[in-house]
Design a protein around this ligand. Structure first.
Ligand SMILES: [Fe+2]
Ligand SMILES: [Fe+2]
Length: 312
């Protein structure tokens, strides 16, 4: 018998969270904790699903069979991540239908990065390197997040994300060993994605009002700025090895801090994209809405079949 059995529900919850253990769906939890986890995991699930679109755009135009097989596998992984995370959200009593409605109606968000277009095949490499790289920085600490189903989903997802990052880096490295025109394509793509990738960590700590409570509950374990710094420190040497220039003149090693200093992202652009005015917001949601509507007959047929099996 655990000591917690003798405690009040709230005290029990606080103790589990304080010793960095897991909260499970059957456990009592404050309503605000439940709401925060639903919001965060749903937003993460939506990002995986919407994130299939910018890269899916290039499956039919991959330059070789090898590249096509890699890209197909990657986009399929993202679908799997979305489904895992929707399942984790469902353990808190929200249905998949409700979550999809929340996405399509704009009540719930997804990562701002997926509202930027993919203009060349090179963007597949840059997304793998920078976007999946940023996702890894965000997600590795989440393997220890306090909500059990979320943390366990993240363990498997992170293994796949590291393949995504490597395939992107390998694609860019191949192009950097190619012609001048290819090297220019890589630089152009990195110029477009660098700042939006930094914005993936969310607003600066002083304008992120939910961070303190999320950290106290063990949902988040690091602040946005800490994770952004970690990503920059990890990525600069990779950019050097690749031979590309990151488009930030203020990016310099700070001996005293033991970190790279960096310039300020355009936060007005970030808030504008989050607010629905990025280059591709409308297109992404419309595409998802169409896929959801076109799939209605499949869901109905599956339900009818399940009912028939049950009566038989
Ligand atoms: Fe993913
Ligand atoms: Fe990924």
């Amino acid at each position: 018998m655990k000591v917690e059995d003798d405690l009040g529900l709230e005290e029990r919850f606080e103790r589990i969270v304080a010793r960095r253990d897991r909260i499970e769906p059957r456990d009592w939890m404050p309503e605000a904790y439940r709401k925060t986890v639903i919001r965060q995991v749903a937003q993460h699930a939506h990002s995986e699903i919407i994130g299939m679109q910018p890269e899916g755009n290039w499956i039919g135009r991959a330059p070789s069979l090898r590249r096509k097989a890699i890209l197909l596998a990657k986009v399929q992984d993202e679908a799997g991540h979305g489904l895992y995370l929707y399942s984790a959200t469902e353990t808190l009593g929200v249905s998949r239908d409700e979550l999809t409605e929340n996405l399509i109606s704009g009540r719930q968000k997804y990562s701002s990065i997926f509202n930027y277009p993919t203009l060349s095949y090179t963007d597949v490499g840059t997304i793998g390197w920078l976007v999946d790289g940023a996702a890894i920085c965000n997600q590795v600490p989440l393997c220890r997040t306090s909500f059990g189903p979320y943390g366990r989903a993240m363990i498997r997802i992170c293994k796949e994300e590291s393949f995504h990052q490597r395939q992107g880096y390998e694609l860019l490295m191949t192009m950097m060993r190619g012609t001048d025109a290819q090297r220019e394509m890589v630089q152009e793509s990195v110029n477009r994605f660098w700042w939006p990738a930094l914005m993936m960590f969310g607003p600066p700590d002083d304008s992120s009002p939910n961070t303190a409570q999320s950290m106290a509950w063990g949902i988040k374990t690091h602040t946005n700025d800490e994770l952004r710094q970690k990503f920059v420190d990890m990525t600069v040497p990779q950019a050097d090895a690749l031979g590309v220039t990151l488009p930030d003149p203020d990016l310099v090693w700070n001996e005293e801090r033991g970190h790279y200093d960096l310039g300020t992202p355009d936060w007005d652009e970030f808030w504008s994209v989050v607010g629905g005015n990025g280059p591709c917001n409308t297109q992404r949601i419309e595409h998802r809405r169409r896929a959801w509507e076109d799939g209605a007959w499949v869901r109905e047929a599956a339900m009818a079949y399940a009912e028939k099996e049950q009566t038989a």
